[in-house]
Write a protein that binds this ligand. Structure first.
Ligand code: FES
Ligand code: FES
Length: 165
């Protein structure tokens, strides 16, 4: 089926099989390997990407459902290598260890901060409920999200947010 969408600001027009899921398409066809394939059943959140501004699980979304959509992956958040405040905070607070869950956590928490720029710990933990992390125990991830929220512009490059402060 013919589809047309934007991925990280780039127009993508393609003919895809109706059974292809978004995370597989991004990784195999577009070379965007930031989103990870974990459970493939919607449980772990490692595959999370943004579709039309909301975090979705890429293993549950068929590409053909996304015709006309705007997709952003973790690669699109920092196209020039400048980390967002959230990414920087995850680094600073040791919110990532093996890193397998991290792209999904970044996309889910970027969505959270866009809809609730000043979340409390309870809101952050609720927002993380769809993202499994086997390494960190979540404490450091929560600290990082709180730190990013305190800086305001969660999806701007870290230096830009700092200079805005
Ligand atoms: S791979 Fe999609 S939720 Fe686990
Ligand atoms: S950092 Fe390893 S699963 Fe989260």
């Amino acid at each position: 089926m013919e589809i047309s969408m934007k991925v990280n600001g780039r127009a993508v027009d393609d003919d895809v099989e109706p059974t292809v899921v978004l995370v597989d398409y991004l990784r195999s066809e577009l070379g965007l390997t930031g989103a990870k394939v974990g459970c493939e059943t919607g449980q772990c959140g490692a595959c999370a990407v943004s579709v039309d501004g909301r975090a979705v699980k890429g293993c549950l979304a068929l590409v053909v459902q996304l015709d006309g959509g705007i997709v952003e992956t973790v690669e699109g958040l920092a196209p020039d290598g400048a980390l967002t405040p959230l990414q920087q905070a995850l680094h600073d607070e040791h919110g990532t260890q093996c890193g397998f869950c991290t792209p999904g956590v970044v996309m889910a928490m970027t969505d959270l901060l866009a809809t609730d720029p000043d979340p409390g710990e309870a809101e952050i933990r609720a927002g993380l409920s769809g993202n499994l992390c086997r390494c960190t125990g979540y404490q450091s991830i929560v600290r990082a999200v709180l730190a990013a929220a305190s800086q305001g512009t969660a999806d701007a490059p870290a230096e830009e947010a700092a200079s805005d402060a």
